[in-house]
Design a protein around this ligand. Sequence first.
Ligand SMILES: NC(=O)c1ccc[n+]([C@@H]2O[C@H](COP(=O)([O-])OP(=O)(O)OC[C@H]3O[C@@H](n4cnc5c(N)ncnc54)[C@H](OP(=O)(O)O)[C@@H]3O)[C@@H](O)[C@H]2O)c1
Length: 344
Amino acid sequence: MSTTAAEQAAMRRALELAATPGVPLGPNPRVGCVLLADDGSTVAEGFHRGAGTPHAEADALATAGDRARGTTAVVTLEPCNHTGRTAPCAQALVAAGVRRVVFAQSDPNPAAAGGADTLRAAGIEVEAGVLVDDARTLNRVWTFAVEHGRPFVTWKFATTLDGRSAAADGTSRWVSSLAARRDTHRLRALCDVMLVGTNTVAVDDPLLTVRDDHDQPLATQPLRVVMGERDLDPGRRIFNADAESLHLRTRDPKEALTQLYARDRQHVFLEGGPTLAAAFVQAGLVDEIVVYVAPMILGAGRSAVADLGITTIADALRPRITDITVLAGDPDGNVRFTLAPGED
Ligand SMILES: NC(=O)c1ccc[n+]([C@@H]2O[C@H](COP(=O)([O-])OP(=O)(O)OC[C@H]3O[C@@H](n4cnc5c(N)ncnc54)[C@H](OP(=O)(O)O)[C@@H]3O)[C@@H](O)[C@H]2O)c1
């Protein structure tokens, strides 16, 4: 069995609908749906607007009403098979009299999977895997988190040309340029956890909120998390009322990620310091690296990452570059590298 040109076009449209701006990031995936008549014309469109709202299929079926009967549903994700906050979509499609279902990505969530089987058992034609790579890219972090049972980890740091994050006297404001710091806030806003070690909170007292170019906090803030066993002064800024915060009293990166996933968190932005970052690297729990390199040389001072136990050049970690960007309009000429771990 294969798909028609109209179904392919409808899938591209469903992907566009899924990516509608303003849909909250996580914990649910972005999903779009188009209902097609036999002549390839569109009967209705729908998309998911975030946890607790109707799924994309239900949204499209509600718009179509009786006109859903006999249509082909083109959906970016396998229709779900479980009752969560909303009823199972596979059964809703059966009840609406949909004739055929074409979907992109199979549902990696064992609790929700099985929709295709339910549809087939009800006599509905099912075609899977159409534009699946685009669908996985659309929900890159959600897909990773569900498949691995833990959040995706982006480790970000700023460094001088000679790999230092602070001068010999401890001063580090600023290694990175204003443009780099603004760019960092843009990336923080894509995550649902900000993570640092206890020493960064003790020494730097960072606020760890996401702010706009006028230094104003955004309406939606990631959870601010500090990790480590020591007690911390409750007066530190991370514990203020600007956003939620959490002290994870563990040194085990895996345990920390398990706890964060249990709280429905899917994307950790790890901002250091060097000790905590090294622990995540050594545990193999860094999935993306973002580095801002400033054209600055210190010659002495703190290394941007702590000792990784590497003593010979053959053992160097060699992450793969996925992007290099010279920050636009930056008088200080900072460059952003984005890298993926080498093993992948
Ligand atoms: N350039 C940058 O991008 C950047 C970013 C952030 C920070 N910094 C700088 O980094 C400095 C702080 O860095 P840091 O390396 O000293 O501190 P850190 O990494 O923030 O925190 C280290 C502490 O975290 C706890 N911890 C939690 N899990 C751990 C593990 N698996 N292994 C080891 N320790 C663990 C330990 O304290 P417990 O005893 O509490 O367990 C440890 O002492 C600051 O001066 C700050 O300015 C730079």
